[in-house]
Ligand binder design. Sequence first.
Ligand code: SAJ
Length: 444
Amino acid sequence: MLRETQWVKRPRATVAAVSGEWVHMIISIVGIGYIGLPTAVMFALGGHRVVGMDLNGKAVAALNKGRVIIEEPQLAEAVAEAVRGGNLSASMKVEPADAYVICVPTPILPDRRADMQAVRSAAESLLPLLKKGDTVILESTSPPGTTRDLIAPILARSGLDPLRDLQVAYCPERVLPGRILIEMKENNRIVGGLTASAAVAVRELYRSFVAGDIYLTDATTAEMTKLMENTYRDVNIALANELAKICERMDINAWDVIAMANRHPRVHLHQPGPGVGGHCIAVDPWFIVEKQPELAQMIALARRTNDGMPEHVRERVRALLPEAGGRVCVLGVTYKPDVDDMRESPVIELIRELRLLPGVEVVVSDPHVDFEGSNRIGIEEAAAGADLLLLAVNHKEFKAPDFVRLSACMRQAVVLDTRNFWSGADLAAKGFAYHLLGMGRNPS
Ligand code: SAJ
């Protein structure tokens, strides 16, 4: 972390608060998706004039009308307020500004390297607009070294020196989908500057809405920190999934083991499940592997372990179905509960795997997303005539269906709960044979 004594003088154009007075800046957010849009809103509500840029005409048109096209608690209200207040608008091209924040996706390529094309294009789109004193911030999750080795050389093509004429920094988002607006304000933040003065300037900018602490470091350390946070979670989920498989073999309830072990003051085992999804945890660890494949052994193994969970669940399903196959009612297809996001969802892979089994038919119900009409198919409709009820995502809508009616409408009343969401004893009392991921024996 940089010490206060290392700070150098603040260039006015990138300082949001000078001598206690707010300087309202013009901020251009490149990419108004799941992260860019909430960031734009927070800056706008923090008093800055913000223009969100996106190539998606629908997102731009919606924002200009004060509307949103993604589901996230409080986001629609916040966008409406910011647009009404006149501080937030959208455009299909990057508008001149004092600060540019790049929030574009960094998906993964088939060879598991980061696809940096959108980041590269975003940085290049700034070239005609950059002027001395401007701030450029990368928020997109990126392999370590990106700000220094990819962004800076592109920005240098403007004729400006990224170290002396611009304030360039990496400032990763760390918000949890479903709690984005709360966490954007309350979470701590890291700012990794290409220079110490860039880190300080960017910290001042984020102060306009961040209530948490803001820690300063260099850009590459910040990039690695972001990746390691998600890798920590991935490795721990892999450990829980491995435990689940071991417990199934040994007739032990993994969920009991986890609950007991977590009574230890320094143990925090994670939860097993049908796999790891989302655009972050299932992807980010590969950005470290890409840089150091020989050293990142545990990280790669964790990824493979979690990626193997749909196949493991498929095998459990196969064992519960009649030999000739049957119908599986899958509840939930999003990557985690109570969101409308299917990106990298392991349940999609699971459904694909199930359909490869001979004689197996799959019907999906999920009120949050339209996957083959899943939002229009209720639980009972999906379960009618099924041979197995597979709880894949623990949406709150699935917590307490009418199990008696469900067991009556199914061809065979068998449940596989992959999230330890339901009570085995309760379901057994209502006529189900209850099976749980991470537990070998049937409790009923
Ligand atoms: N999961 C498990 N077991 C667990 C926890 C999660 O199987 O014990 C699965 C979930 O079902 C889901 C996946 O992991 O499929 C990821 O879900 P998540 O809730 O752990 O995380 P994300 O991807 O929604 O958000 C993560 C967060 N990172 C951390 O908690 C370290 C968030 O703070 C980051 O900002 C976000 O990634 C991001 O954008 O990088």
